[in-house]
Design a protein around this ligand. Sequence first.
Ligand SMILES: NC(=O)c1ccc[n+]([C@@H]2O[C@H](COP(=O)([O-])OP(=O)(O)OC[C@H]3O[C@@H](n4cnc5c(N)ncnc54)[C@H](O)[C@@H]3O)[C@@H](O)[C@H]2O)c1
Length: 316
Amino acid sequence: MKELTIIGCGTMGHSIGLAAAWAGFPVKLVGMNEADLETAHKGLQNKLAVMMENELIESDEVSRIFGNIELSMSLEEIVSSSDFIFEVIPEQIELKRVLYERIEGLVSDTCIIASNTSGFKPSELAKEMKHPNRFIVTHFWNPAHLIPLVEVVKGEHTDERTIEQVMIVLDQMNKKAVLVKKEIAGFIGNRLQYALFREAQYLLDIGAATKEDIDAAVTYSIGRRLPITGPLMTADMGGLDVFSAISNYLFSELGTAQQSGETLANLVNAKQLGDKSGQGFYKWDEDRSKEVNEERERTLIHFLKNDLNNREEERK
Ligand SMILES: NC(=O)c1ccc[n+]([C@@H]2O[C@H](COP(=O)([O-])OP(=O)(O)OC[C@H]3O[C@@H](n4cnc5c(N)ncnc54)[C@H](O)[C@@H]3O)[C@@H](O)[C@H]2O)c1
């Protein structure tokens, strides 16, 4: 299998590295300093423990997966022998462009560079690159070792070989790759997620229901169906005449805010940022944080086990 280099070993970098190493790729994970590497190492250990506890992997797989990962700070040395690089550094366009400039002169002339940007357009990111034909966006979702989707976004100069190679690597990583044909902000997943988030904020701000009931109205209804049928297939199953009639009177009633809603803006101004600061829409103490995070991980693992079984069946 191709060796994969991952530049940046923070929240996303080490979990993308874990997904790749689990699938059998030799992975070089590049961090900035010792502290970076130590955090990544701890993150890998914790994630592998949870995967083992939930029987996603056997205990004897842990050393094999760890053995596939090399943590390093030697950026120049590593990229000069890389054929495939995931860039997973912070979401600052200048920082990313500077990195591309720094590594482009070192990599082989077949090396692909794939950015994990959450929303920058690939053509913007690659504006100053010498070889934008070998540049592409691969947007993984957090936590990348448990969520299958990767949105692949090509820039105006991305060539067919790059798209093909990326699709092969993602398939080998057991990921569900979706090709976005137009460069659009937020790609697909975040556009849909934020359409829902805008309406949830609107409902809260006009006092239509409590935050608990707004969340429950999603998790106990559409949330139950969405793992199986996306919005378009759901409409097919409900009847397009019905969905069209409802669209026709409901769309004009929906929130159309162009910025964060009032409640959210107030919370952010007060530095109430959610789980990480102990207060957001909800109050987060250590117990709640542990409980909700663990339940979410268990559920993601449940779905992932199904996905992996289905993939195995399909390959037979
Ligand atoms: N966190 C998420 O939920 C999420 C989800 C999808 C996509 N993303 C995207 O993934 C990218 C990384 O986000 P993150 O949340 O992992 O950030 P992070 O801050 O957790 O990690 C970034 C890492 O990159 C390192 N770094 C910075 N400059 C570097 C350089 N020049 N060379 C090597 N390492 C460098 C940092 O030290 C850090 O370890 C961003 O583009 C972000 O938008 C994040």
